[in-house]
Design a protein around this ligand. Sequence first.
Ligand code: CDP
Length: 575
Amino acid sequence: MELNGVHASPVSDNALQILQERYLLKDLLDNCLESPGEMFMRVAKWVAKAEEKWGDLSLVKKWTMEFNNAMVSLKFLPNSPTLMNAGRKKGQLSACFVLPVEDSLPDIFSTLKLMAMIQQKGGGTGFNFSHLRPEKANLKNTGGWASGPIGFMKIFDAASGQIKQAGRRRGANMGILDIDHPDIELFISCKRNFTSLKNFNISVGVTDKFMLAVERKKDWFLTHPQSHEIVKTVNASDLWRNIAQNAWDCGDPGVVFLDTINRQNPLLSLGKIEATNPCGEVPLLPFEACNLGSINLSKFVSRKKVDWEALMKMVHLAIRFLDDIIEVNYYLQSEVKDISLANRKIGLGVMGWADMLVKLNIPYDSNEAVELASQIMKFIRDNSREASTNLAKERGCFPNWPKSNHFPHRPLRNATLNSIAPTGSISIIADTSSSIEPFFALAFQRKNVLNNHSLISINNQFLDFLYENQYPVTEILEKVLANGSTQDVKILPPEIRRIYKISEEISPEWHLKHQAAFQKYIDNAVSKTINLPESSTVEEVEKTFFHAWKLQTKGITIFRNVKGMKKVIEKGITV
Ligand code: CDP
């Protein structure tokens, strides 16, 4: 454990450990062949190679240096697969994929095969299983009974469990079932026992029509996906209560708001979006892949003010970086390559939001924080658009641009631009708070899901504050390590405890307000966990879900802090 937060290496001790285990190139005997600095240069060189295509070769070196500086300074990092695979043979660089699941055995198993290959190379996959006929439906060819969506999800889950993403991380999946599928009641409770579908996040796909039926307590029809016959009639509010009850019990399912997603689907002419990637931040069409990158906001505070000028430059650089990745990326299959190159979707987001707020002395649960969230994300959105338009002028619009709702007014290089990822691993590498989440804990033991080793993490700013103000550091840290919180450390002044509140001490309304403030300026989506206290009720979960729909978020996931369950860490498929 290093207590003063000063490191000679560009990364912290915790980051170094993770990099050595999962990211750095190794020889056959497991010896690391590169340092973190060399890893960043490998990535920068590989991504800047794309620039050769667009003209001036002398500029390749300039962009290599700029990309490298952005990463070494930990101001910007691309998603993990880019850090792991850039420069490797057949290096798949995208983190996010959605694959179709059609109602035939050959189709299901060819999707399963592609899933396995994508996950082997570090990507995560999302599926909507609603096209599958329900469990126990008749099978024409064999005269037997269908397994149904959940039966097939179990097969996908088992395959993911075996693959473990190139031995570097667990395979992650999103499984969605639409609210009118006959198996929806089985789906809603399919993760209740905590042992099944461990490699899946699950979400119910709901429509505005359903939400209105809940509001008006109307009947709701479950219909066969092929014959469209009504199989069962239920009460919409009972079904809604059932979703909330299960989420209250075990955190799953979440909800995705399909109409909100499709209102902002820039390529509706190609089809409705039915699914998202595993953590929900990128709604995609079947076979689409998306590259993510995150700006570390905590590095854009200067003299207790946001450094807008530096942030603007970083957004322009990051958009260029993400667009370049599309050129040097390896695509496993022609369907994935064709649609990914035709739409060129990217997702630039942020991490280090809670750290930034502390540097600015703003409590997370305050209007000031929510207003700044909107201001920052609007700024990033506007500059992302400008950067993508500039690239479109140099390199051309994305090929499907004439079919998109950006046509003809806004020339863009990329069909989508922004997304807030969980940054589960890259925020550790950048040594900052993850995504737009409040601090999970100020000091805690982090378990590595692959080898069971524990690492102790202490919030750097908090530690610096204790030293600078000559507090009894060891005594305070012992208390904080017990539950991650400062709230019982009475020696600290109340205004400090307010600034350093942790996730479970922030009320759900504030969590949701942050999600909505960022979502307002994001064309993809926001991955966010809404924390609820253990004492919260099922009605409160229902209300929170409902409020999320009203606020036009694209989805919602809750986590209720049940003592002893520590599900965030278990569920933290990203860590
Ligand atoms: O921090 P990092 O780039 O590793 O990933 P993240 O921001 O936590 O997650 C971004 C996306 O990567 C997820 O939504 C998944 O699509 C994918 N992912 C995955 O496939 N497997 C994991 N174990 C973690 C993330």
